[in-house]
Design a protein around this ligand. Structure first.
Ligand code: C5P
Length: 297
């Protein structure tokens, strides 16, 4: 017997970052949009907890207990007084260390899958609480759709979205560590008054209206300067996407994946082709959002 859960990637259409808190985290106004690039997480009973990963980037996924999916299984098991004796199989399609919450998706997927396999009967609130313990982006991977994340990003308010947005994602050669990007943000803002992070009214209105032009004018990522300092060639990728007709081009989360808003599926396909041909990224993918969060298959 096995259980499979499909979990989407995310893009941050707004990532407003405040000053570092005493605990080292940053308060955020983080507008998440779940997009149709997916990992699938399958769990089945096993002698002991083990984790395997398939997909072109599988070699870059840690297969020990530092993997967030393994930690999700362990936490749920501990809470329900059982052993996490499962084989977790990840079919990976979300870019690894790319700023698209691939690791968080696997954690949310493993949690929902183990919960179903073990029949724990955990409430949605309990699952969201475990997600928040695992990482700032994990609760959003569970709920999907679109949401405003505050606190360190884990406190979610669902957002209305009035249409489908078409995106292209340029996958960079290599990854960026999220703590390193936040550390660079701290360095770049040293001695500068960092305002309280707040969601943009224009951006929330654009989402609600399903208006891609208005969304393009409002997208913003406060981590982008830090990601560009650590990965300067991303500037060439962003320029290539803009030249190819993207309505907006930005770094996705902490990067190095970059995101391009298109005015429809046709132009998304053309932008993806141009980005691939530009030689400024490893590959380009199209995906639309919002899509639902972690879903049992
Ligand atoms: O919560 P998560 O484990 O995903 O965070 C990874 C790292 O990103 C943290 O250790 C921290 O360095 C940084 N971070 C932050 N502020 C946030 C979220 C993440 O500084 N709100």
């Amino acid at each position: 017997m096995s259980v499979t859960v499909r979990v989407p990637a995310k893009v941050n259409v707004q990532l407003a970052v405040g000053a570092a808190r005493p605990d080292g985290f940053h308060d955020l106004a983080n507008v998440f949009l779940a997009v149709g690039l997916y990992d699938e997480v399958t769990v089945a009973p096993a002698e002991e907890l083990r984790i395997t990963c398939e997909g072109p980037d599988a070699a870059r996924v840690p297969l020990d207990r530092t993997n967030l999916a393994a930690r999700a299984a362990e936490r749920l098991a501990r809470r329900y007084g059982r052993t996490p004796d499962v084989h977790i199989r990840i079919a990976k399609d979300i870019p690894v260390a790319g700023g698209m919450a691939g690791g968080s998706a696997d954690a949310a997927g493993a949690l929902v899958a183990c919960d179903a396999l073990w029949g724990t009967g955990a409430s949605r609130e309990e699952l969201l609480e475990i997600c928040a313990e695992l990482g700032s982006d994990v609760p959003f991977s569970l709920v999907g759709g679109a949401a405003l994340g505050t606190g360190r990003g884990e406190r979610l308010r669902p957002l209305e979205v009035g249409g489908t947005f078409h995106w292209v994602f340029a996958v960079a050669d290599g990854g960026l560590s999220t703590p390193a990007v936040y550390g660079e943000f701290d360095r770049l803002t040293r001695g500068v008054e960092v305002p309280e992070p707040a969601a943009s009214r224009e951006l929330l209105d654009a989402l609600a209206a399903g208006d891609a032009q208005a969304l393009a004018a409002a997208v913003a990522n406060d981590l982008q300067p830090a990601a560009l300092t650590l990965f300067p060639s991303l500037a060439d990728t962003l320029a290539a996407g803009r030249e190819a007709g993207a309505l907006a081009a930005l770094v996705s989360g902490s990067g190095p994946t970059t995101a391009y808003l298109a005015d429809g599926p046709g132009s998304a396909a053309r932008i993806a082709e141009a980005l691939t041909a530009s030689g400024t990224c490893r590959t380009a993918r199209v995906a639309a959002g919002p899509v639902p969060g972690a879903t049992l298959l």
